[in-house]
Design a protein around this ligand. Structure first.
Ligand code: MG
Ligand code: MG
Length: 263
């Protein structure tokens, strides 16, 4: 497995791309309201990226698991949708939805990638708790991103927080290395089963840059597909939440390259 290691100069460039991604997601989270279509959010993401001289990373991107390219810039995953939600003109956002917005972009040859889950208006107590748990899982996972630790320490951190809240990490999905390309090695599973099955543990080293993205659900560890060939949903259709930060591993510890102003 070839894992890229990045210099401080390169990490600065990845950070620039990450900051554009954060700005785009901030703009989307302020604009989102009941009655909007997910397609409108996608168009807005393209425009916000263009204003900042960035190229959307997911538009026409062909991931290894697919025969086709993704036809949008933004992944919008509502309630039971976990990730890879395909924006649609007919899909309308409602009060009480939790919406994962996942955006990636290239700036000057380096990639940024981040995801946030946005509550639309007033959401249920369970959904609120799930969002809190997922954010905390991400924060705990970031803390163990130190040279000499292992990918399994990240997986354990996510699992520990999920258990604490009585929610579930979803199988067969996870984070990844990032830098010159939006998806690089290593894969960072969100569920320990995937780590054990595929012998995917990997030692963390100075200069590695990782996109960590826990996805937790209220009812199940299993995923399914909803029929549009992209959108991944929970098998029991319980709500899921998703947050993603990019982290550089340095001698001084983890540096979050996706900095949100209000946390
Ligand atoms: Mg990602
Ligand atoms: Mg992402």
């Amino acid at each position: 497995m070839a894992v890229e290691l990045y210099s401080f100069k390169e990490i600065e460039k990845i950070k620039k791309a990450c900051q554009v991604v954060v700005e785009v997601l901030d703009a989307l989270s302020r604009a989102i309201k009941p009655g909007m279509s997910t397609y409108e959010l996608d168009i807005m993401a393209r425009e916000e990226a263009k204003k900042r001289g960035a190229k959307p990373a997911f538009l026409n991107y062909k991931p290894p698991f697919s025969k086709e390219s993704f036809p949008a810039s933004l992944c919008v995953s509502i309630n039971e949708a976990v990730v890879h939600g395909l924006p649609k003109k007919e899909q309308i956002i409602q009060e009480g939805d939790i919406v994962s917005l996942d955006f990636g972009a290239y700036v000057d040859g380096y990639a940024g990638d981040s995801a946030i889950t946005v509550a639309v208006g007033k959401v249920s107590k369970e959904k609120e708790m799930l969002m809190k748990a997922t954010k905390e899982a991400l924060e705990e996972a970031v803390k163990v991103c130190m040279p000499g630790n292992w990918v399994s320490d990240i997986v354990d951190a996510i699992y520990r927080v999920a258990k604490k809240y009585g929610v579930y990490p979803l199988k067969n999905l996870g984070g990844h290395g990032i830098g010159r390309k939006v998806h690089e090695e290593p894969f960072i599973p969100n569920h320990p089963t995937n780590l054990a099955q595929e012998k995917r543990d990997y030692k963390l080293r100075q200069g590695m840059v990782l996109a960590i993205e826990p996805m937790l659900s209220l009812g199940t560890e299993e995923i399914a597909h909803d029929g549009d060939r992209w959108t991944v949903i929970t098998a029991d259709r319980s709500p899921a939440a998703h947050y993603e930060y990019v982290v550089a591993i340095t001698k001084q510890g983890p540096i979050i390259l996706t900095e949100y102003k209000d946390g």
